[in-house]
Design a protein around this ligand. Structure first.
Ligand SMILES: *Cc1c(COP(=O)(O)O)cnc(C)c1O
Length: 370
């Protein structure tokens, strides 16, 4: 059996007629930049997140950069984020001229350890970017209290967590601004790069829209220099079609996750936990195992593609050596980076495939553990 890590072609086949029709409409109307398809998706996604405004942008990294800039973050400022994420989170901070400050993650949820945030706050700290990693909501209640206490702004990185919730509230709406990626492999994926920002602050929404579109106030009138980072008509039309299926796909991901947990019970494999009152949307299904690299390789030989998210914690990357951190400064993130393994996860995964993965994973971990 061959089991891919994700199968975007299977999803395409299931909605091909609708997608073909949507794509042709945009092309025949030449509605490539701006226009009704973009507005329609922005409105639908705002309503999906239960936010007042949505600004479509070029990708998730730009969403973070634009949100930070709209919030006035720049040179001289510090922004706190988690040691366990994709580099885009910290890159966006650096892009504004601000300095990145990393905080270790929690061993159970892999999200930022909020208890360690107050220690990272200095007189220069302006904002915090929590990441809802793997689709699990970060502890926004504790973080909200810390942000209030120190007068800090929260910008959420919800790139992996479309539709995730805490006490029924959707991620992206806990902070001042919420950032999403529609990279093809994300839970809601475009057919190219795309992203969005959601916010309940109308002034910030207007500022984000201007930054994403050359600081424009008229066709050739500009209030300031922005960038070109727009969600385009084709991606909007594709995303609008897919958004109608997102809840059903998310429920499938959740069902697959609970099946994995059931089949991997009674083994040394550490399966994901779900936080109380949270809705995990399982962008990734991440387990912790000893001998991770050997298991990852062995699974390939039986046709199972697994992933590692991420093999090197952000502060340990060469890209951040100038910050002068040591791996010991982030013991949890550093240990996790050696033990985590992401199993195949996509809504079309069949029960037979799940059983095959669990069978081989358990056997491999047992054999290599002896
Ligand atoms: C994918 C991702 C991003 C960046 O999104 P792009 O659309 O690829 O720029 C940012 N943060 C996290 C946590 C991501 O997973």
């Amino acid at each position: 059996m061959q089991i891919p890590f994700v199968d975007l072609a299977a999803q395409f086949r299931s909605i091909q007629i609708e997608l073909d029709r949507a794509i042709s409409a945009v092309i025949s109307e030449s509605a490539f930049i701006g226009g009704k398809y973009v507005h329609r998706f922005e409105e639908a996604f705002a309503s999906y997140c239960r936010a007042e405004n949505c600004i479509g942008v070029g990708n998730g990294t730009d969403a973070l950069y634009i949100a930070l800039r709209a919030a006035g973050i720049g040179p001289g400022d510090e922004v706190i984020t988690t040691a366990n994420s994709f580099i885009a989170t910290s890159e966006a901070i650096t892009m504004t001229g601000a300095r990145v400050v990393f905080v270790d993650c929690d061993a159970l949820t892999y999200n930022m350890d909020m208890k360690k945030v107050p220690n990272a706050v200095t007189a220069r700290t302006k904002a915090i970017i929590p990441v809802h990693l793997y689709g699990q909501p970060a502890d926004m209640e504790t973080l909200g209290d810390i942000a209030n206490k120190f007068g800090l702004l929260i910008i959420e990185d919800a790139a992996q967590a479309h539709g995730a919730e805490l006490k029924g509230q959707r991620v992206g709406t806990f902070g001042r601004l919420g950032c999403f990626s529609f990279y093809p492999g994300k839970n809601l994926g475009a057919y190219g790069d795309a992203g969005a920002i959601v916010t309940n602050d109308a002034e910030l929404a207007k500022q984000c829209r201007m930054i994403a579109n050359h600081g424009r106030i008229g066709k050739y009138d500009h209030d300031f220099e922005g960038i070109n980072s727009r969600l385009d008509g084709l991606q909007s039309a594709i995303l609008y079609v897919k958004l109608q299926y997102l809840e059903a796909w998310t429920e499938k991901r959740r069902a697959i996750a609970s099946r994995y947990c059931e089949l991997l019970r009674n083994s040394t494999i550490v399966t994901p936990v779900e936080v109380t009152n949270g809705r995990h949307v399982y962008h990734l299904y991440v387990v912790r195992i000893p001998n991770r690299n050997a298991v990852h390789e062995k699974l390939k030989t039986v046709g199972i593609e697994s992933g590692i998210h991420y093999p090197i914690a952000l502060p340990n990357l060469r890209a951040y050596r100038h910050l002068g951190y040591k791996p010991d400064d982030f013991p949890v993130a550093t240990a996790c980076s050696r033990e985590i393994l992401s199993l195949p996860m996509f809504p079309e995964l069949s029960d037979e495939q799940i059983q095959y993965v669990c069978h081989h994973l358990k056997n491999t971990v047992r054999e290599l553990g002896e």
